[in-house]
Design a protein around this ligand. Structure first.
Ligand code: ZN
Length: 370
């Protein structure tokens, strides 16, 4: 069996990893833009970053308008402010949204001839400005992946990811996650769990990917409930951040499966957070995948004692607690889109329109606790 592992990110993990190793940022240039949301002011990460940049004499501007599920319009807004300025690199600070945004913004600044939607077409460009990624949640793993997920002008999620869109440097410090509210601990933790499980069963999985995924899954099973019960506990937060970083490395190699595509419309059109929206379909999609990859699915959920055990776990942490009203027409549109998702290229099992529609109905009508 032949496999490849490509992870060209210099990652520092642990308490004070940014404060102690931030000097490496100096090699990236003299001026940067920090893309972030509002919470980085509250969790201490922006203070740390500004201190590091000041000490290094790096000029910086703060673009703190990045919101959840970043869109083409947000990119246009940022470009209108910084296009034409001499910017050497971008720092994405926050959850998945600011980090994904940083990658897309960096591509568009480095390739000024591109129109914003063309950022999805990685055949049209071959470079981006260096990106530094500093996560303040434990879920997306964006600090170690090439992926950027952006909402297009029609409200649909799309994305890109290729060999040269990884961050150059990443600093993962669990102390920035200690102020995360409860529902965010759950949602981001379940996102990481989905990454690990989906990567494990992906057609692009490999023995090394499975090793990382197994570790991530076991950590999340043990520490997500603990982190939710004891939000101030640093050790639990550290374990969750470790798990989400491992799960990020998993999807950087193996990609996510169609399960992720199931969650997208529930997030963009019904406002359910990405991790929760993804987690609520996991058991049903794994059942279909196991028709073709029984052994992989069994191994992936082994620590839960099987799919029923996984379902109990998801129920316990609150994944199925969601009030979603969706019309028949909406479900039909979602099913049409999801049954053509590009994730299907790496997904085992047959996900035709009827099956996808049935899964949407099954989850939305029967599983959710309103
Ligand atoms: Zn995800």
């Amino acid at each position: 069996m032949m496999w490849r592992f490509y992870e060209p990110v210099e990652l520092f993990f642990g308490k004070d990893s940014l404060l102690e190793n931030g000097k490496l940022i100096k090699s990236l240039g003299k001026k940067c833009v920090i893309t972030t949301g509002k919470s980085s002011k509250k969790n201490g990460s922006l203070d740390d970053l500004e201190n590091v940049l000041k000490q290094l004499g790096i000029e910086y501007e703060i673009y703190d308008e990045v919101k959840e599920n970043p869109s083409f319009d947000m990119l246009r807004d940022a470009l209108s402010k910084y296009k034409g300025e001499k910017v050497d690199f971008i720092i994405g600070l926050g959850g998945g949204s600011p980090m994904d945004f940083a990658k897309a913004f960096s591509v568009l600044l480095a390739n000024p001839e591109l129109k914003v939607p063309e950022v999805f077409d990685t055949e049209k460009y071959s470079k981006m400005l260096p990106v530094v990624a500093i996560p303040t949640t434990s879920g997306t793993g964006s600090e170690v992946t090439q992926y950027s997920v952006i909402t297009d002008d029609n409200g649909n999620k799309g994305g890109f990811g290729t060999a040269f869109t990884f961050p150059t440097l990443s600093f993962a410090d669990p102390k920035y996650t200690v102020t995360m509210p409860d529902h965010l601990i759950m949602s981001t933790g379940i996102d990481a769990l989905s990454h690990a499980v989906e990567g494990y069963v992906s057609k692009r999985s490999s023995p090394f990917v499975k090793l990382l995924a197994k570790k991530a899954i076991a950590l999340i099973k043990d520490y997500l409930p603990k982190a939710m019960e004891n939000p101030e506990n640093f050790e639990y937060r550290e374990k969750m951040m470790y798990a989400s970083t491992l799960a990020g490395m998993v999807i950087a190699q193996a990609g996510t499966t169609v399960n992720h595509a199931f969650g997208y419309p529930v997030t963009t059109f019904k406002g359910i957070k990405h991790g929760q929206a993804t987690g609520m379909f996991l058991v049903e999609t794994l059942k279909v995948m196991s028709e073709e990859a029984k052994e992989e699915v069994e191994e992936a959920v082994e620590v839960f004692g099987g799919l029923d055990g996984l379902e109990s776990f998801l129920k316990e942490v609150g994944v199925y607690k969601a009030d979603i009203e969706a019309s028949e027409e909406e479900v039909k549109t979602w099913a049409e889109r999801t049954s053509k998702a590009k994730h299907l290229a790496v997904t085992h099992g047959n996900f035709d329109f009827d099956k996808v529609k049935r899964i949407y109905e099954e989850v939305l009508l029967k599983k959710l606790e309103k």
